[in-house]
Ligand binder design. Structure first.
Ligand SMILES: CC(C)(COP(=O)(O)OP(=O)(O)OC[C@H]1O[C@@H](n2cnc3c(N)ncnc32)[C@H](O)[C@@H]1OP(=O)(O)O)[C@@H](O)C(=O)NCCC(=O)NCCS
Length: 203
C-alpha cells in the first residue's frame, strides 16, 4: 500500500510540474496589475519569455548583464560559470520575465485603458529599453515541486528602486498559482548586497 501511495504521489507531483511548464501557459494572465511598475518618475513594464524563443538581441543582453553584475562575485570561477549560464539561458524549461523602462508612461496608461475595453494591453515598444530580467523554472527539489529562481538581474542604474522586491512578489504569486511548495534560489556568499536583499529585506 505504501509503495502504491508513493507512486501516486510522484505521479501527482510530476503532473503539477508538467502543467506549470506547459509551453502555451502565460504566467502573467492572472496578474495583469504586475505588468507595470512606477518609481519616482520612472516607468517600467514587464514582459514574459521562454528560453528557446529568445532573439539574438536578448541573448546578448542576458550575457552582458550577467557579466557586468556577476563576474566580480564569481572571481576566478567566472569563466566556467559563464559557460554553464549560457547553456541554461536557452533551455526550453527557462521561463523569463523581462523588465523594460518605458519612454512614454502616458501612452502605456492609455493603452491600458483601451485594454480594459477589450483590446490587448500594449507593453514594450521598440523605443523601450530592457533593464533587467528574472529567469525561473518549475522543477523538483528534493522531491518537492518548486519555482527555482535561476537569475534575478537588474542593471546597476535601476537597482534600489523596488523593482527586485516587485519581481520577487510576482514570482511568489506565480509559484502559488502553479501549486509550487516553495520558491528556491542560490546566492553566492560573496554577494553581500543580494544576501542582504533576500534575508533582511524580503525575509
Ligand atoms: C539584488 C537585486 C535583485 C535587488 O533588487 P533591487 O531592485 O535593487 O532591490 P529593491 O529596490 O527592490 O530593494 C528592496 C529592498 O532592499 C533594499 N536593498 C536593495 N538593494 C540593497 C543593497 N544592495 N543593500 C542593502 N539594501 C538593499 C532596498 O532598500 C529595499 O528596502 P525597502 O523596501 O525597505 O526600501 C538587484 O540589486 C540586482 O540585480 N543586483 C545585481 C545582481 C544580483 O546580485 N542578483 C542576485 C543574484 S542571486
Amino acid at each position: 500500500m505504501k509503495r502504491k501511495e508513493i507512486i501516486e504521489r510522484k505521479k501527482a507531483i510530476s503532473e503539477i510540474i508538467k502543467c506549470a511548464c506547459a509551453p502555451d501557459r502565460d504566467h502573467f494572465s492572472s496578474f495583469s496589475q504586475f505588468r507595470h511598475y512606477e518609481y519616482n518618475g520612472h516607468s517600467f513594464c514587464l514582459k514574459s519569455g521562454c528560453g528557446d524563443k529568445l532573439s539574438s538581441k536578448l541573448k546578448h543582453y542576458i550575457q552582458n548583464i550577467l557579466k557586468v553584475n556577476m563576474e566580480r562575485v564569481y572571481g576566478s570561477e567566472w569563466q566556467a560559470e559563464e559557460k554553464t549560464k549560457r547553456k541554461e539561458m536557452v533551455s526550453p524549461e527557462a521561463r523569463y520575465i523581462f523588465v523594460y523602462e518605458t519612454v512614454d508612461s502616458d501612452a502605456y496608461r492609455m493603452s491600458e485603458t483601451v485594454g480594459e475595453r477589450g483590446s490587448q494591453t500594449v507593453c514594450a515598444s521598440d523605443k523601450d529599453t530592457i533593464v533587467g530580467f528574472v529567469h525561473f523554472r518549475f522543477t523538483l527539489e528534493e522531491e518537492v515541486p518548486v519555482l527555482y529562481v535561476y537569475e534575478l538581474q537588474l542593471e546597476p542604474r535601476v537597482q534600489g528602486k523596488g523593482l527586485g522586491k516587485f519581481l520577487m512578489q510576482l514570482i511568489e504569486l506565480i509559484a502559488c498559482e502553479n501549486r509550487m511548495s516553495a520558491v528556491v534560489l542560490t546566492v553566492q556568499k560573496e554577494n553581500f548586497s543580494a544576501l542582504n536583499f533576500y534575508t533582511s529585506k524580503l525575509r
